[in-house]
Design a protein around this ligand. Structure first.
Ligand SMILES: Nc1ncnc2c1ncn2[C@@H]1O[C@H](COP(=O)(O)OP(=O)(O)OP(=O)(O)O)[C@@H](O)[C@H]1O
Length: 247
């Protein structure tokens, strides 16, 4: 961990005793965690551990049964997803979710609208996004469906960024990507972290998580937090052991 990231210790998102489920099934039990400004927290765990359920509860796509979510001092627990976006909490859902039939530009404009960016500021904001993701600038007039998988993932992240979030929840962005695209996605997320965003990153690649992408690690098992520590304090063995602790 660098000194710069160590210095950024303010907790931007406080999650306390959150419970989320589907019908009779409780998939996330009393989970508590904190996301710090200027840091990436990796959320890891086996398939079915509850990672996506937690992310969807935090961003308001699934109702929470109990607990609180506080963003920079404001209780956002009962707010619908779009209000949370306007407060600065945005999700990049699993599976490169973009509007495939829309152009790259029109996907980004949807994000800008979601973030309440005024029409007059739109072109300037788009240019900023193209600067950050040059490949999207080059392809701005192409349909999202015609992009590669890695480029679609970049577009999904850029669209989330267009909402001008302070907290970004990112669900398995590396899934199904070639290693070269995984590196690009991680580079983009590291850049956002360095600008002060608090990022919760669902990730299966434990080596990458501990190899520099994340400052903090949360391990979920059967819907409960079984480990929450600084990455610098952990080894791959520590994390692997807790991922499989209930087997
Ligand atoms: N739409 C749904 N309806 C009912 N049960 C669900 C639904 N989605 C997930 N579940 C159940 O909730 C539990 C947690 O699933 P979840 O998808 O959150 O896990 P995950 O850690 O994200 O797994 P993966 O790594 O496979 O995405 C599992 O038991 C799963 O079967």
């Amino acid at each position: 961990m660098t000194g710069k990231h160590e210095a950024a210790t303010a907790s931007l998102l406080d999650v306390t005793d959150v419970r989320v489920g589907y019908g009779d099934l409780v998939a996330v039990w009393e989970v508590s965690l904190q996301l710090r400004a200027g840091s990436i927290t990796a959320l890891v765990g086996r398939n079915g551990a509850g990672k996506t359920t937690l992310i969807n509860g935090l961003c308001g796509l699934l109702p929470m049964r109990a607990g609180t979510v506080v963003l920079d001092g404001e209780d956002i627990t009962g707010m619908p997803a779009w209000t949370r976006v306007s407060r600065g909490l945005t999700v990049v859902q699993e599976g490169k979710r973009v509007f495939r039939e829309l152009t790259v530009r029109d996907n980004l404009v949807l994000g800008l609208r979601g973030g309440g960016v005024k029409r007059a500021e739109r072109e300037r904001e788009l240019e900023r996004l193209y600067e950050r993701f040059p490949i999207l600038g080059e392809r701005r007039r192409q349909r999202a469906a015609d992009l590669s998988g890695g480029q679609q993932q970049m577009l999904a992240i850029a669209t989330a960024l267009a909402t001008r979030p302070r907290v970004l929840l990112v669900d398995e962005p590396s899934s199904g990507l070639a290693p070269v695209f995984v590196d690009l996605v991680f580079e983009a997320l590291s850049g956002l972290r360095d600008e002060g965003l608090a990022i919760l990153l669902v990730e299966q690649l434990v080596d990458d998580v501990l190899g520099g992408i994340a400052e903090d690690v949360v391990v979920l098992d059967r819907g409960r937090v079984v480990l929450h520590d600084r990455a610098a304090n952990l080894s791959v063995e520590n994390v692997a052991t807790s991922i499989y602790s209930s087997l």
